[in-house]
Design a protein around this ligand. Structure first.
Ligand code: 5GP
Ligand code: MG
Length: 188
């Protein structure tokens, strides 16, 4: 799907810049409250590429110190759902004994984050692992999959783009979150 302007093919705005900013602030206050009580700075572990915009706003909104690192996971979706997720980039920060907060753009079926939290991350012996997703789409969650400990908003079964979320690598640069007019899945 090619576009010539940033907003081309966005049917409607789901969350404006102002709403996203308020959402990030609210999540940051919850995280501060919990991690202040632990007394140790968390490691924010962003899941590339979708989490980068949310993570960069979240880390600046947090009024507690934190470290930042990244993982990349290859997920298979829709009709290409042929295998389990695979790790493409591992964190450089030693995670043993650290409080790890996985930061993701959206929690959908839960396959990606269940793999990260239950299969990949346990080898590092972190003190704790929690999940923070900007958006939570529980309608497509697989039975037994992980849940978000922190979520900016719960959304219905829509395919959303912007604020880091892509459609075939496009639309990540939109400053708001919108619903595409012609997305293949979850079409409006
Ligand atoms: P899950 O493994 O939970 O099904 O999906 C995780 C990944 O699928 C997300 O990190 C995101 O990259 C992608 N995804 C799921 N729903 C959406 C959506 O509505 N819009 C976009 N752009 N990506 C999505
Ligand atoms: Mg993602």
């Amino acid at each position: 799907m090619r576009r010539t302007t940033k907003s081309q093919q966005v049917a409607r705005v789901l969350f404006s810049e102002a709403q996203l900013s308020a959402m990030v602030g609210r999540v940051a206050r919850e995280i501060e409250r919990d991690y202040r009580a632990l007394g140790e700075p968390p490691v924010l572990l962003g899941v590339l590429n979708g989490s980068v915009v949310f993570l960069s706003d979240l880390m600046r909104a947090l009024e507690i110190p934190c470290d930042v690192d990244f993982v990349a996971v290859q997920s298979y979706r829709g009709e290409r759902s042929t295998g389990a997720p695979q790790l493409r980039l591992s964190p450089k920060t030693p995670l043993a004994g650290r409080h790890v907060l996985v930061v993701e753009d959206i929690l959908d079926t839960g396959v990606t984050l269940s793999y990260l939290c239950r299969e990949y991350l346990p080898q590092f012996d972190a003190a704790s692992v929690k999940l923070c997703a900007l958006l939570d789409k529980p309608s497509r969650r697989l039975p037994g999959a992980v849940c978000a400990d922190y979520a900016g908003a719960v959304i219905p079964d829509l395919f959303v783009v912007g604020y880091g979320l892509d459609y075939d690598e496009a639309y990540r640069d939109l400053p708001y979150i919108g619903v595409l007019s012609g997305a293949p899945e979850h079409k409006e």
